[in-house]
Design a protein around this ligand. Sequence first.
Ligand code: S3P
Length: 454
Amino acid sequence: MLRLVVTPQRAPLVGSVPVPSDKSIGHRALLFAALTNGTCEIRGFSHGEDNVSTARALAAMGVALEGLDDPSARTVRVRGVGLFGLREPSAPLDCGNSGTTMRLLCGLLAAQPFVSALVGDASLSRRPMLRVVAPLRERGAKIEGAAHAKRAGDLTAPLVVGPCDEETALRALHHSSAVASAQVKSALLLSGLYAHGETVIHEPTVSRDHTERLLASLGVPLATLGSIVSLDPSGWSGQMPAFEADLPGDPSAAAFLQVAGNLVPGSQITIRAVCTNPTRTGLFEIARDMGAGIEVRPLGERGGEPVADVHAWHEPLRALTVGGELVPRAIDEIPILCALAVRASGVTKIRDAEELRVKESDRLATMAKVLRAFGVACEESEGGLDIEGREGPLTACRVSSEGDHRIAMTAAVLGLLADGPVTIDDVACIGTSFPRFVGTLRALGASLAVEEAP
Ligand code: S3P
């Protein structure tokens, strides 16, 4: 097992660094490229394990991907097989740690004329799947799953999906989602490409819209109105043209560096070419409202998404209450927001964040544990955390990521503020989203060591 030892940061963090390509857009670019009728080029691909899980699943269904096995290759070429060209996989598709891979594939596979199985690691095999299985079943899909050990009535991996036969093709679906979830929305839209009838999805607030942007750019008849999306394939050719995509930087990865810059006095850091899609910029907005030093310098568009350099520096912070529509727009950044709260004057209150309980770990419980280990007072409630800001060095400690990449990286950033070396156990998970995290922090002047635990 790998662990990370972080040395307290006595000097400012300074420099200009890139981040890995956006994980959410990466999954979608790979999936839609596989369904086109031509060869697509995905540029800036950064081989995070989650994206690689999606790519390998596609390869297992007969899609040729060039550049996938070379971690230094920044371009992956995908030979699309068209909407109806996927082949039955000979073994279960391993989604690893990636909820996006499992849920999006579930939607795609529900429409295929063959049976397939989806499996994942221990964390993914605890995540709730009924949210995607139930609406897919409602439109006629055959999907079975394992009973969830802790959530009565819910399902989890392994899932067995299909077959969908010609005569009983998927039906129209009008779905009102209880949670704002881009994974559910995207799975339903993917199944909707094959359905006989329209797909209409109503979310409580808007979740990330990368699927909608990419599908619309490929000529799929899709319309959005606020938090309602509809796709009506009647009259559509069923053909998506080959495309080239330059993947923008991942704002969810940038968040760790931005907050490190906001927390370490004197820091001046620039994170280059970050996706600033408004459905993803919740943390930038929250941090700015807390008084953090942040400047966004727009660079135009990349792959149909707005992109900007993000400049971050240290300023005094004040506590804030965060809830409502901001939560889905900062859903993966709540752990690192907790780190920002540690240095804010007053009590930062996070609300409406129940969804964090069903991520790679129960992030409200794991963050509460990590914060307390660092000597930070916090109160956990069903849907949030109250975090009391404090001055002075944090307590040096040893914490576990609990196998959750975003907890591991948040703990590393907190470690910069401690009064002695901090050890974070179980950090191989960082590779799922930010394989070069340690090197990037080092490039900014931080001192971290990765060790093999005996
Ligand atoms: C994602 C959607 C979000 C997010 C996840 C990636 C996506 O999950 O937390 O990391 O790429 O669609 P939910 O849809 O469960 O909110």
